[in-house]
Write a protein that binds this ligand. Sequence first.
Ligand SMILES: Nc1nc2c(c(=O)[nH]1)N=C([C@H](O)[C@H](O)COP(=O)(O)OP(=O)(O)OP(=O)(O)O)CN2
Length: 140
Amino acid sequence: MTTTTEQAPDGTFTISKRFTFDAAHQLTSLGPDHMCARLHGHGYRVEAVLSCAEDELVPPGFVVDFKDLEPLARYIKDTLDHRNLNEVLGFEPTSELLARHLAHWFLTHFTPAVADRLIQIRVSETEKTWATYTLNRRTA
Ligand SMILES: Nc1nc2c(c(=O)[nH]1)N=C([C@H](O)[C@H](O)COP(=O)(O)OP(=O)(O)OP(=O)(O)O)CN2
């Protein structure tokens, strides 16, 4: 039987979109004995995660149109892709701090209709690792 809106369980919709870039970095504060203190590169993956309640969906049933996230792709390509992150970011470029940086950029460059739905930015340097920055959203 088809589930109608009235029969649907109470829940929250979440979407995510993945972006990729290649960059070099070194974590100089780790000290010379740590391999990540040496200049090296990663094929980075970034995921933006957005969420809203059912009554906040926009037609035809989107949290946000995936296409509307294109400015984040452009920022990543223009600013981070094929760069040395130590040269373009003003902080030690760990996955965690990069995730927070991208969340801040997202909140300050998207319209509220999109920015208000961001809940997480996730950054991966390798197949096995992810760092997540989760926004502390206050509910009224
Ligand atoms: N919490 C964090 N730990 C580490 C970060 C980070 O951003 N956040 N970054 C690094 C280095 O950049 C390193 O290149 C990646 O670390 P690691 O996963 O240990 O590297 P490997 O792929 O070589 O790991 P193996 O388990 O040996 O395959 C370090 N730590």
